[in-house]
Structure formats: C-alpha cells, structure tokens
Ligand binder design. Structure first.
Ligand code: HGY
Ligand code: MN
Ligand code: MN
Ligand code: MN
Length: 408
C-alpha cells in the first residue's frame, strides 16, 4: 500500500466513526452514550483488523494491545473518542485511528517491535457532558479524584450512574493504576486545531508543551419575577450578575499575555422572555501556559464574582470542577519525534506550544509524554468544518512508523 492508500484508509475509518453521532451538524459524541457505544464497535473492528487484543477498562477506555516480548515494557499511544457538541470528525478520534493503522502497517512489513504497544481511546477528554474530564488517563496515572463520580450532567445524571449504565464499575477505578516502571512513554497524535502548520506548508509539527486549564461552575441566585411588574431597582437579576462576571473575565484575560478566559455555557432559569432570571449557572474556564498566572486569575475572578453578588444582592456558589497543570513534553521524546519528522531530507520540524488541552497532560502523571500535531484546514476545530487532508494523515502514520522503528 502507498502513503496515499494509508491516508485514504484513515479517511474511510474516520467517516465511519463520524457517523457515530447525535443528529445535527458535525459530530456530537459525548461519553457513555449510545453514540459512544457505536464508536466503540467501529474501533473494535478496526483494532481487531490490525491484530490487536481489545478490551474496555472500567474508565470506558478502549484498549487495543499488541504484545511484545515477555516482560517488555509498553509504549502507549492514543487520544479521545469524544467530541464537543457540533464538533468535527478528527479531534481526538484521529489520534486513535492513525496509531492503529501504523501498527497494521508495521505488521504488514513484518516488523516485530521489541516492546508492547497499546492504543487507547479515552472516553472523555472534552469535559462537555460532565464538568470533569480525563478520567481515563487519570485512572492510569492514579490521579483520578473519586469525588468526581458525583458530578452531574445537565439532565442530573451523575457520572457514576452514567458509567454504571454503560456497563462499567467505577469503584474499581483505583485498580487501573499502571506501574510506571512498565511504561515506556506516551505519544498522542492530534490535529493542530490552529493555523501554524498550514501557514508553514507542513503536515506535521512537534508539541513542546500544553497549556494549563481550570474550569469553574458559577451559580448566581437572585429572584425570578414578572418582567412587567417589578421595577428595575427592586430586581435581583441573576443574569445581569453573570453578564458582569463575563465581562470581568474578558478584561482580566486581556490584561495578561497568554491568559485566556471564557464563559462558554449558561443555563438561565426560568429562561423565558418575560421573567427576570432567578438563577444562572455558568461555566468559567481559564487557560494559560503559566500555572501561577492562571491560578492568580482564578482567585481574582472568584473575588470579583463575590463582589458582584454582594453588590447585587445575589446568592453565589462557585465550584472549581476541573484543573490540569501545564505540561512540558519530554525532551527525549521531542528529539526522537523531530528525527522522525526530519528523516528523508524533509524540512526542519515546526515546534508548537499547545493552547488546546489534551489527554497527554494527564498521561504525564504516569510517564514521559510527547505529542505530534497534524495540520488542519484553515486552523478550524471544534466545528463541523474541521478537516484534515488524507495526505497529512498519511504523513502522521509515516512519522509515527519512523518513531516506532527508531525505538527498536
Ligand atoms: O478544550 C480543549 O482544549 C480540548 O480540545 N479539549
Ligand atoms: Mn477538542
Ligand atoms: Mn482533542
Ligand atoms: Mn483536546
């Protein structure tokens, strides 16, 4: 098979996987749902075709394993199966398909690696359904906080119940912890989700580090009232407080280079045209390459929220639901990935710091980590128009193949 064939094969499997989606534009595949179940069936078929031994662990991570010599350590590859709402067909899932095809290619070439390889499809990286994420890699690293099992989705279903209904036993998560001595490292392939590689005319880039992130659930409580009978000065409007905090987050982030703050989701009650909003639950997300700067912004915004609540006579509850520190990639893995990219007289590899977050950050709690970016069209991601050229995916397979052969 030529590189073109491998790119086309990747595209074929990704189209099948993109069909595992809620109806509507793009791909919507949230964890522990029928769409997740459907995607697992496709991934099992792919992994079995590649000769991998497949199982689902109790975090909902699908694992395809290619054994190495007895007692040899394991290199772990993979990414996440879930998408955002109305997202694209490459974010996460491409990082499961490409490594499986790479292993298929190596086996077709008769190469037996001197170590075991596992390809993982984690259940939840986006944190869209539940206000937490990364339970798969965190379980492997032993950093998963069991209290997160009580978190609920917007329909009131707890993470624990969603997992149990999916056939998993969340009580056994602590037992998924891996022995670091048995793990060689982790490498994730992911679309860039930005425009740098395309502008540089390159298919593949090397990630140097991943930004840190924290998410808060903020609830302002006022008093719902008739929109026509309660004068302005007697209102306790929860949405007006939420709006003020949203603008404060924007100006706080604009003040510091590299700091990003986003209010991405609001639930307004009663949420009708003719009632003063009595309650607003809002998400507040903060990212920065520098953890100290991010933590400081989080503390400042919480203080500002309390000031707004006091001034407006609103109740306020803030819960930090999720945080992940900034992660440097391993210099040794970066070196090897650079060699794999530059092999065969190709131009110098582009190095990129990631402003999107990834499973890689949580895997860093277990082992050395590295990450490859694949160019995407117009830098578009988290959008139905997300697209990666098959030729770029073929370059991803080739780079990973070279990296694996080098490790022999
Ligand atoms: O939100 C992110 O950065 C990622 O795509 N999960
Ligand atoms: Mn994403
Ligand atoms: Mn992703
Ligand atoms: Mn991501």
């Amino acid at each position: 098979m030529t590189d073109t064939d491998w790119g086309a094969l990747a595209q074929h499997w990704l189209e099948r996987l993109a069909a595992c989606s809620e109806p509507g534009p793009g791909v919507t595949r949230l964890p522990f749902t029928p769409e997740h179940r459907a995607a697992l069936a496709v991934l099992v078929a792919l992994m079995e075709q590649a000769g991998l031994a497949v199982h689902l662990d109790d975090a909902g991570t699908l694992i395809g394993r290619l054994d190495g010599p007895t007692g040899a350590p394991t290199l772990i590859l993979g990414s996440h199966q879930d998408s955002v709402r109305e997202g694209g067909g490459y974010d996460g899932i491409m990082g499961v398909v490409l490594p499986v095809l790479t292993l298929m290619k190596l086996q077709q070439a008769g190469v037996a690696l001197p170590f075991a390889v596992e390809v993982m499809a984690f259940a939840d990286e986006e944190g869209v359904r539940f206000p937490t994420a990364l339970m798969g890699p965190r379980a492997l690293a032993g950093t998963f906080d069991m209290a997160a099992l009580d978190m609920r989705d917007r329909d009131g279903v707890s993470l624990r119940r969603a997992m149990e209904e999916f056939g998993l036993n969340p009580d056994t998560l602590p037992g998924l912890r891996r022995d670091p001595a048995q793990v060689l490292g982790w490498v994730e392939i992911h679309l860039e989700q930005g425009p740098i590689l395309e502008a540089a005319g390159q298919n593949i880039g090397i990630v140097t580090s991943i930004c840190g992130i924290e998410r808060h659930m903020v609830t302002f409580t006022g008093k719902a009232a008739h929109a026509g009978t309660v004068p302005m000065h007697l209102r306790r409007d929860a949405l007006a407080g939420a709006a003020e905090l949203t603008l404060a987050a924007e100006s706080q982030a604009r003040e510091f280079d590299g700091l990003l703050a986003t209010v991405g989701a609001l639930q307004v009650r009663p949420g009708v045209v003719n009632a003063v909003p009595g309650e607003v639950a809002m998400t507040l997300e903060i990212r920065a390459p520098d953890d100290t700067q991010r933590e400081k912004a989080g503390v400042t915004l919480c203080r500002i929220a309390h000031g707004i609540a006091k001034q407006r006579g609103l109740g306020l509850e803030i819960t930090r639901t999720y945080a992940q520190a900034a992660t440097p990639c391993s210099p040794q893995i970066i070196d090897r990935l650079v060699k794999a990219v530059e092999a065969g007289n190709r131009p110098a590899a582009t190095r990129i710091a990631s402003g999107a977050t990834h499973d890689t950050s949580a895997m860093a709690g277990l082992c050395s980590v590295g990450m490859l970016f694949v160019a995407c069209r117009d830098g578009i991601s988290h959008h139905p128009d997300e697209h990666v050229e098959p030729a770029a995916m073929a370059a991803g397979i080739l780079t990973l193949e070279r990296f694996l052969r080098q490790l022999q």
